[in-house]
Design a binder for this molecule. Structure first.
Ligand SMILES: Nc1ncnc2c1ncn2[C@@H]1O[C@H](COP(=O)(O)OP(=O)(O)O)[C@@H](O)[C@H]1O
Ligand SMILES: [Mg+2]
Length: 210
């Protein structure tokens, strides 16, 4: 099939970013994922912050929670992954969330207000704000970021998961739970290493002796 690009296909009119799936190679976090999933399907509105240093598995863990069968059953299609990697302002984040939720914004109106209104009238929704450190650390107007987060959790049908580098979650929000991911246990770290480097898993058992 030939897909032709027209003048309509421009960077100013982008499609929403693709929603990622959880990584297949994922060891040693089953209990934690189940624990987080049970938190997220509670009837009480939940705000969960998954913290830790880079590469610990925050995004992978959050994606597995987002795709946990109980979570899928509860939220159906109203589960949204919002990658904040390239976002540096509250307005840009609000615009991105609206785009991913496919809510049209109204010209001339404050974009955060549009988002708040959309979330307040939304059905039961699970929002995952991933790599939030970008917008949190870079932005000089943290008050605006806090205001945006407060408007998100003010919507009573919106449950929030946030992942962020560091040891403390954003201030101004009453978090249901926050904490750093524990390190993988050595056997799980080894399985991960061998899964990423299959050529090293050559059948001899020398590594078992280490
Ligand atoms: N439990 C795990 N088992 C196997 N691979 C993992 C696990 N956790 C993370 N990874 C891999 O490690 C890399 C970094 O994970 P990621 O979730 O992006 O970390 P973070 O979000 O904390 O920076 C990715 O390639 C991911 O697939
Ligand atoms: Mg990440």
């Amino acid at each position: 099939m030939i897909i032709s690009l027209t003048s309509h296909d421009s960077i100013s009119d982008p499609f929403p970013p693709s929603q990622p799936v959880p990584p297949e190679i994922f060891f040693g976090r089953d209990d934690l994922v189940s624990d987080y999933a049970s938190l997220v399907v509670r009837n009480e509105q939940t705000r969960l912050a998954i913290l830790g240093s880079g590469g610990m598995g925050k995004t992978s863990t959050a994606l597995h929670v987002l795709h946990h069968s109980d979570v899928v059953t509860r939220y159906r299609d109203h589960r949204y992954f919002v990658g904040c990697d390239a976002v540096t302002s509250a307005d840009a984040l609000a615009a991105l969330i609206l785009q991913i939720m496919r809510v049209p914004s109204t010209a001339g109106e404050n974009i955060v207000t549009v988002l708040h209104r959309a979330l307040v009238s939304a059905p039961l929704t699970l929002l995952l704000l991933d790599n939030f450190e970008t917008v949190w650390d870079v932005n000089s107007r943290r008050d605006r970021i806090i205001d945006l987060l407060q408007k998100i959790v003010n919507a009573k049908s919106v449950w929030l998961i946030l992942t962020m580098r560091g040891t403390m979650p954003p201030s101004g929000i009453s978090w249901t739970r926050f904490g750093s991911l524990p390190q993988l246990l050595p056997p799980d770290a080894k399985r991960t290493f061998l899964a990423i480097n299959p050529s090293l898993n050559n059948g001899d058992r020398r590594d078992e002796e280490c």
